[in-house]
Every structure is written in C-alpha cells, then in structure tokens.
Design a protein around this ligand. Structure first.
Ligand SMILES: Cc1cc2nc3c(=O)[nH]c(=O)nc-3n(C[C@H](O)[C@H](O)[C@H](O)COP(=O)(O)OP(=O)(O)OC[C@H]3O[C@@H](n4cnc5c(N)ncnc54)[C@H](O)[C@@H]3O)c2cc1C
Length: 363
C-alpha cells in the first residue's frame, strides 16, 4: 500500500507508449508525482504515421467509452469505420455494421496521433516526460517498454501515402500476400496505409508485402502519392510477467497482445490503467491483470491455432468468410475474442501445436 510519504516520491514509468501513458495519466490525476522515461525524442517514434485500428469488438462497451472510464479522452484523430471488405484474393465480400467495427487512429509523432494525444493528456495532468532517457534495470515502478524482442510473434511491413481514393477498409486473407497473417488497406480522409502482417516466419515479410501490393492493385484502383515505408514487430506470451520484484509490467512488456491479429492498443491502455489503480487503491495488480487478461490471452492463442488451420485450406477460408464476416459482425467477433469453455478446452492442444510451430514463443 502506498502511503502519504510514498506519494511524495515520483512514480517512475519506463516507456511512453499507450500502456505507460495510460498509467501515468491515471496516477497524475490521483495526485501522484509521475516521471516517464522515454528512450526516443518524442512519443510515437516507434511508428511512422501508420493507420491502426482501435478495435471495438473485444468488449461489449464501446471502446471510446471504455477509454473514458479509464480517464483517457479521445483527443486524437479517431474515425469510426462501419464497413470492411474481406477477400481471399479471389472472392471479396463487403460487410457493414451499425456500430463502429473499429476506429482508425494514427500512430507516430505527428499532430492528431494517438501517441501525441496521450502525451498531451499526460502533460496536462502534470506528468513529467523525460525524452531521450531511460532507467537502469530494476529501477522503474512500472515497466511499459513494448515488445519483448526474443518473443516476437509477428511483423508488419507496409507503406503510408497520400491519396484521392475514397475512405475504405479492406483485408485480404491469403498466405502468399501475408504468411499466416493478413494484408490490410486503410484509407481515411486522403491518407492511406497498406501493409502485410506475417506470423511465424518473419523473414517472409518483404516478399509478402510485394504480393500484397499486387493483390490490392488487382482488386482496387488506388491512387498512391508520396508514399513512405512503415512497419514494426509484436511479441506475445502466455507466461505473462505482470510483476517482478516490485516492478509492475504493462502492455506488450507483460506479453499482453492479441496473437490472432495483433490488436494490442486497447489491452495496453487497460493494463496501464489497472497498474495505476493498484497503486492508487493499494490493490493487487497481479490479481487484477490475471482476471482481466489470462482468459483473453489463452483465447487468443486458441484463435491463432484455429486460424492457422483455416488458412491452410481454401474451403475453410471461404467458410470463415461466409460465416464470421457477416453484416453486424460485432456479436460474432466478441464471441471469438471472449468465448470461454469450448476454446479453453482447446488451449492445451493449441499450446502444444503453437510451441512446435513458433519455437521462440514462451507458451
Ligand atoms: C505495424 C504495427 C501495426 C499495429 N497495428 C495495430 C492495430 O491496428 N491495432 C492495435 O490495437 N494494435 C496494433 N498494433 C499493436 C500496438 O501498436 C501495440 O500493441 C501497442 O502500441 C503496445 O503498447 P505498449 O505501450 O505496450 O508498447 P509501445 O507502444 O511499444 O510503447 C513502448 C514505449 O517504450 C519505449 N521504450 C522501450 N524501451 C525503453 C527503454 N529501455 N527506456 C525508455 N523507453 C523505452 C519505446 O520507445 C516506446 O515509446 C500494431 C503494431 C505494429 C508494430
């Protein structure tokens, strides 16, 4: 339990990504002195202007409302998307939803990005962010340093560009275009992002991205101006380290990720919030994190196992396109991300298979 003496000591957070800043904002708002140490010269430097999806399907509650309840306000660009086209490279299917399927956000250090929005909220709450700085091992109260480099599960490579093409969101599930993953094309307000996400054999990403470009240009007439490269990696574990000695681990640094598709922003923010609450309320972060994430992380591994079976067979891909990607898909997506008994029963088999195929993962 933190006492009044402790409140005079700054809480030290390592890493100014979504998880670290969510923790910092909540602690500062509760009256704590907070210092965030960020090795880069600004927030969002990990990214280069990528468009990413703030998913609206892992919980019943709308994601922006969820963030608000965690004291995070949507002061960043967020465009609700209610339509997606899904393709296996040959057949395409458009689906629409009454609720936003996701909100497109920008990642990077440009104005309007999620990263800059969180930075502004942190500074306004009184957080001191020390850029170009770090801390010696073991000295942070909260570790929020992002992916664990020896536990990489996936890699993303692509381009961002200016365009006159209308707003759109398209996904291709095809192993040539994205080995064990998927390709995506997002266009919003004259700005586009086209990427291939590859799982397992990360060295395939360059050839996959070349195929992704061919697939998308075969399917759509996309205008691309002033393009530049973007990308990055993601890690995953089911042996999550939420605490070591007295340090709390949040976001990808704790192995919290969605290994099916890599949608980690929402859970990164949630874990930062939970770590802050545990300090403010004197509650047990490990208990709270296990309750929030253990089932989700295991479900995510089972989802990846099933996905890797599905993509090895064209008929199964078509079946999934027909039955999962339907109009108003959120109830189905929520079941995929939250279903308990059946998927949990498959966890030992999924772990056995995944450990054999993805040998670097700690499962
Ligand atoms: C290309 C790509 C596309 C993605 N698309 C999506 C998407 O569409 N939707 C989604 O939900 N998720 C997506 N993700 C995942 C999402 O970006 C991450 O899950 C999320 O950013 C994790 O937040 P975090 O705070 O845990 O870590 P990070 O965002 O990685 O933040 C960690 C911070 O810590 C800093 N840091 C690291 N080590 C140190 C150190 N030793 N000292 C000081 N500072 C340090 C880093 O510079 C960084 O600023 C994508 C990831 C990639 C790579």
């Amino acid at each position: 339990m933190f006492n009044e003496m402790a409140i005079e000591q700054p809480i030290r957070i390592l890493g100014a990504g979504p998880s670290g800043l969510a923790a910092a904002i909540n602690l500062a708002k509760a009256g704590y002195k907070v210092e965030v140490y960020e090795r880069n010269k600004d927030c969002g430097q990990r990214f280069g202007g990528d468009l990413q999806g703030l998913e609206n399907w892992s919980e019943e509650i709308n994601v922006l409302e969820d963030l608000k309840q965690m004291s995070i306000h949507a002061n960043f660009y967020n465009k609700p998307f209610t339509k997606i086209t899904v393709s296996n490279g040959k057949e395409s299917k458009g689906i629409s939803s009454e609720e936003p399927i996701f909100y497109i956000v920008k990642r990077g250090n440009m104005a309007g990005s999620l990263d800059q929005g969180l930075k502004e909220q942190a500074i306004e709450a009184g957080v001191r962010i020390k850029f170009n700085s770090s801390l010696p091992a073991g000295q942070a109260d909260i570790v929020a340093t992002g992916p664990i480099m020896n536990q990489l599960a996936g890699i993303d490579k692509g381009i961002v560009f200016e365009t006159g093409t209308e707003d759109m969101a398209a996904v291709i599930i095809n192993q040539k275009a994205a080995y064990k993953g998927y390709s995506y094309l997002l266009v919003t307000d004259g700005y586009g992002c086209m990427c291939a996400v590859v799982f397992g054999k990360l060295n395939k990403v360059n050839e996959c991205f070349e195929e992704t470009k061919k697939f998308f240009s075969g399917l759509y007439n996309i205008e691309i101006r002033n393009c530049r490269g973007v990308g990055g990696v993601g890690s995953f574990s089911t042996h999550n380290m939420f605490k070591a000695n007295s340090q709390l681990f949040v976001g990808e640094a704790a192995g919290i990720q969605d290994v099916l598709a890599g949608f980690g922003i929402r859970s990164a923010i949630t874990s930062g919030y939970l770590a802050a609450r545990s300090i403010i309320d004197g509650t047990d972060y490990v208990e709270a994190a296990k309750k929030e994430f253990n089932t989700k992380i295991r479900t995510s591994l089972v989802n990846r196992f099933l996905f890797e079976i599905i993509i090895s067979n064209d008929a199964l891909v078509r079946y999934t396109m027909k039955n999962l990607f339907v109009d108003n898909p959120l109830p189905k997506f929520r079941r995929v991300y939250n279903s308990k008994l059946l998927r949990m029963a498959m966890f030992p088999l999924a772990r056995f298979y995944m450990q054999k195929v993805h040998r670097n993962l700690k499962l």
